[in-house]
Design a protein. Sequence first.
Length: 178
Amino acid sequence: MAQTSIRFAAIAGAAALAALLSACASTDRSAPVAEAIIKPTEGNNISGYIRFYQAGKDTVRVNAQVTGLPPNSERGFHIHENGNCSAPDAMSAGGHYNPTGHQHGKAGPQAHVGDLPSLMADSTGVATLVYETKNISIGTGQPSDVKGRAVVVHKDKDDFTTQPTGNSGARIGCGVIQ
């Protein structure tokens, strides 16, 4: 009787593991749906990327890494309206992407679509961000669609209060979301 219970538990455990692995395999999270390579603006020396993955029907996972920041610093990080980083100061990227007319603030349903969490650099000047949101979409053509826009790293910390930019200062890096 004890051997039968153990055998049943092993079979049930194996079935549960197979179901979990099957679910993971059916959701390809290895390839980004959109990506921007962040390059420095004139006089700056940062670099990095931001990648957008579909993490569910209406959820987008955002992964970013930026290097060359001052150690232990916080920087404003936003999606801007124009997919254009050609100006030496990245002003060609326009303002924060805000198709819904919300106030600037911390990333969330009541903030600009382009509001992202701040970048927090570690002791080596590297900032890594992992964030999930239902406020943006990728390649949908909806107002929340960020494909074809720009992502901008700012010189200063975002205060999440000052309208419409968070008083986050000059643009030190920019990349077009493709």
